[in-house]
Write a new protein. Structure first.
Length: 278
């Protein structure tokens, strides 16, 4: 039987659900297709108003439509064995994936020492060639109407001779954006995206010659004081690769531990399982 939006609207406005427990809720379906039921808690809940009732009615109609099409597909698909095999494989893979995660969670240490990271970096130094420009710098984006712009420009341009605390104090008060940790390497392209400096992205020679960059648009001044700079093809600093190396070592540890756990389980239970090889 086809339910129209008006009928579903009446169902939603006349049915008042009392959320007491799952059994009570499950005993009050709001729609049915063959032997499958839709319950109020299966819907995305909205505040009670006319729009939310229309949205709920659409959710019910969409569910009915999907279930009817699914039922038709289920009864008319040609290669059902193929689907069953796929589902079984997916179920097996999902169970193994969940079990392996639980094994790792209870047995692995996620701590990677600095010495291990340094050792990997040294042994694989040729793998850490930069593919893009990186910088250590101070960066600020200041509104055009901020006070004492000239004084601030002098401070950031003279750094590190000037006091970083003065630069931070001004930036905290007036900057729209800022990055003031000159010990951290940044991808230059990511730093200057959505700024007037974007045309400098292809000009490595300019960055080698100029340690202070300034520009502006119709709303902001942009200042970059470059402390250090590396171009594509240079060896990437270990600090820039630290998290990547840590992830690599942790992944290797997971694989090694998982192989050992799998072998241990296999040897422990092989005599308790009946199997044959044909």
């Amino acid at each position: 039987m086809k339910l129209n939006l008006f009928l579903i609207f009446l169902i939603l406005t006349s049915c008042k659900i009392d959320y007491k427990n799952e059994e009570e809720i499950k005993s009050n379906p709001i729609a049915k297709v063959e032997n499958k039921f839709l319950y109020k808690e299966d819907l995305i809940q909205f505040e009670n108003n006319s729009d939310s009732i229309k949205i709920r009615a659409k959710q019910i109609n969409d569910w009915i439509k999907k279930e009817i099409i699914l039922l038709h597909a289920y009864n008319n698909i040609n290669n059902r064995n193929f689907i069953d095999k796929k589902l079984k494989k997916y179920e097996d893979d999902l169970i193994l994936y969940q079990y392996e995660n639980e094994l790792l969670l209870n047995n692995i240490s996620y701590s990677i020492s600095d010495s291990a990271i340094s050792k990997y970096y040294t042994e694989n130094i040729k793998d850490f060639l930069l593919g893009s420009k990186i910088v250590r710098c101070l960066y600020t984006k200041i509104p055009l109407d901020a006070p004492d712009i000239i004084k601030f420009k002098t401070l950031i341009k003279r750094y590190p001779e000037s006091d970083i605390n003065d630069i931070k104090s001004y930036s905290f008060q007036f900057a729209e954006q800022y990055f003031l940790d000159d010990s951290i390497w940044l991808d230059f392209e990511e730093l200057i995206i959505n700024t007037p400096f974007i045309e400098l992205d292809q000009e490595s020679s300019y960055l080698l010659k100029n340690k202070f960059l300034e520009n502006k648009d119709d709303q902001f001044h942009y200042f970059i004081k470059i402390i250090d700079f590396k171009k594509p093809g240079d060896i990437s600093p270990i600090s820039f690769e630290y998290d990547i190396i840590k992830a690599i070592l942790l992944n290797d540890r997971k694989k090694e531990l998982l192989n050992k756990l799998q072998d241990s389980i296999y040897l422990k239970f092989i005599d308790q399982v009946e199997y044959e090889i044909y």
